[in-house]
Design a protein around this ligand. Structure first.
Ligand SMILES: [Zn+2]
Length: 93
């Protein structure tokens, strides 16, 4: 894949739609080895997706901690902020 393709808007959208599977290692929707490489390769060169990935990771860790404490209200709030993160669409600018 050429660098211009790796940094395309389409690639950003693909990465964003798979960030949760990648960061949570969701066993119900695992990424293939190729998808993992594609995602990691994009994050390595795309600042926007890298910072989104950091945000997502932090929120995801917080969400796990809240799940352990069984605080339903906090889980709801965090789930909503996660949904907002993953629905970020820059084409609407
Ligand atoms: Zn990107």
């Amino acid at each position: 894949m050429k660098p211009s393709e790796v940094l395309s808007m389409r690639e950003c959208r693909w990465v964003r739609s798979h960030l949760s599977e990648y960061l949570d290692r969701d066993p119900s929707a695992p990424l293939s080895a190729e998808e993992m490489i594609r995602l990691q390769g994009h994050i390595a060169i795309c600042e926007r997706c890298a910072s989104l990935s950091d945000d997502y990771r932090e929120t995801s860790i917080a969400l796990r901690q809240y799940r352990q404490s069984s605080d339903a209200e906090s889980i709801k709030r965090l789930s909503e902020s996660l949904a907002k993160l993953s629905s970020t669409d820059e084409t609407s600018n």
